[in-house]
Design a protein around this ligand. Structure first.
Ligand code: SAM
Length: 263
């Protein structure tokens, strides 16, 4: 792929590229013989069938977070495999420890939420997304791992379909990071028109937060200005706490920032 085309598709971050983050060996180690056979056939198939013609509509196990096998479809991934692995480190940097109930907003298949559940950051997990396919993958993960008693998954436009009685101690999210771009096709995974997915969240999340609860949203420095979200947080009744720079394991800035607020 030409580098400018790749740059446009990844919007500057390797984290958005699915092929950079599928830890195939992990997948192989956790699959039985039949599953391995299917993976092999699919792998060989990818060599002969062009990517554009390959089926994108079936869920497969894509990774294991400390024993939780996570299902997704290639078209549902926008960095969560990478961010899911980064979040425990980031929460450590922020001094956020284990909570009772954790919510992942804009969860898609729930990469971040399942990673945090697997790593002991919460007793129970709530996931939501507007995409029926993302919700189906998230439910498949809960069923496959027999953790449905600890996981609730809602199909919801912003927080509109979340039951009123839901209460959270910690909310995490990898929301769409950019305003629409006239040169790129519409994509609700990438673009947040008028920042409405953010604004609607911040104006309604307060009613679901336990006192003192935190919201930690990962954002892209190239896509947004944290001061805009700070205003939304105040308008919704929260308190902006910190804008935490994302770094790689060597401490170098990685193009992300984490918007932290208290409720
Ligand atoms: C950047 S993608 C993140 C996908 C996945 N969580 C990941 O980390 O790779 C943003 C997600 O926001 C969801 N989304 C977009 N608009 C939404 C809305 N109005 N309400 C709820 N979710 C929405 C998309 O379906 C998509 O799954």
């Amino acid at each position: 792929m030409a580098s400018t085309e790749q740059e446009a598709r990844t919007r500057g971050l390797d984290a958005y590229r699915l092929d950079a983050y599928i830890p195939e060996r992990l997948v192989e180690e956790m699959c039985d013989g039949r599953m391995l056979g299917r993976l092999l056939v699919r792998k060989l198939g990818r060599r002969v069938v062009p990517r554009a013609l390959a089926r994108q509509d079936t869920e497969t196990i894509v990774t294991s977070f400390a024993g939780i096998a996570v299902f997704d479809r290639p078209d549902l991934h926008k960095g969560g495999l990478s961010f899911g692995q980064d979040f425990p480190r980031v929460l450590n940097e922020l001094g956020v420890s284990r909570v009772t109930r954790l919510f992942e907003y804009c969860a898609g298949p729930g990469y971040i939420g399942y990673s945090l559940l697997a790593n002991g950051w919460c007793e129970s997990l709530v996931l939501s997304d507007i995409s029926p396919a993302g919700v189906a993958a998230a439910r498949r993960t809960a069923a496959h791992n027999e953790i449905e008693d600890r996981v609730a998954v809602y199909e919801s436009d912003a927080l509109d379909q979340i039951p009123a009685e839901e209460r959270w101690d910690l909310v995490v999210s990898n929301p769409p990071h950019f305003l629409p771009d006239a040169t790129a096709p519409d994509d609700i995974q990438v673009f947040d028109e008028g920042w409405k997915v953010h604004a609607r969240f911040y104006e309604s999340v307060g009613r679901h937060m336990r006192p003192g609860g935190r919201v930690v949203m990962v954002e892209n420095s190239a896509g947004s200005d944290p001061r805009l979200f700070e205003q939304m947080i105040r308008d919704g009744g929260g308190r902006p706490l910190k804008v935490h720079e994302g770094t790689d394991v060597n401490g170098r800035p990685n193009g992300l920032y984490y918007q932290v607020s208290e409720w």
